[in-house]
Write a protein that binds this ligand. Structure first.
Ligand code: ZN
Length: 127
């Protein structure tokens, strides 16, 4: 069953622009998970050397396949959480943008197949 043609490529282009704008607003994103990490401080005489690890807030992330950790000071906790959430939101918006553009591409492809030319929206440069 063919997809409804009620969605126009112009409407999809508008949606794509709005999604791209929302994506750009997540520019403070950090691709890392944020939470508490348990670690040693390196001082041989410290209690952590006996297994009582320090607990600290940190970003954990991958770099060149290695797991990395970045300490987050307590005063930056909210900022850090928001940055990690911004990444998750950006990832969602990027998927949405791709889905919208794929749908638009499909409609344009069907129009070319049916009429031998692009949709009027495409001719007006709405794409
Ligand atoms: Zn220690």
């Amino acid at each position: 069953m063919p997809r409804s043609r009620s969605v126009t490529t112009a409407a999809l282009a508008k949606k794509a622009r709005a999604t791209a704008k929302a994506l750009a607003s997540q520019y403070r994103l950090i691709k890392a998970s944020f939470g508490s990490a348990r670690r040693t401080c390196g001082k041989p005489s410290c209690r952590c050397a006996k297994g009582f690890l320090h607990e600290a807030l940190a970003f954990t992330y991958k770099r060149h396949g290695r797991s990395m950790c970045l300490h987050v000071p307590k005063g930056m906790q909210t900022q850090a959480r928001q940055a990690a959430e911004a990444y998750a939101q950006a990832k969602k918006l990027l998927q949405e943008l791709s889905d919208t553009n794929l749908q638009k591409f499909e409609i344009e492809g069907q129009a070319i197949k049916a009429n031998g030319r692009p949709t009027r929206d495409a001719e007006r440069g709405e794409v």
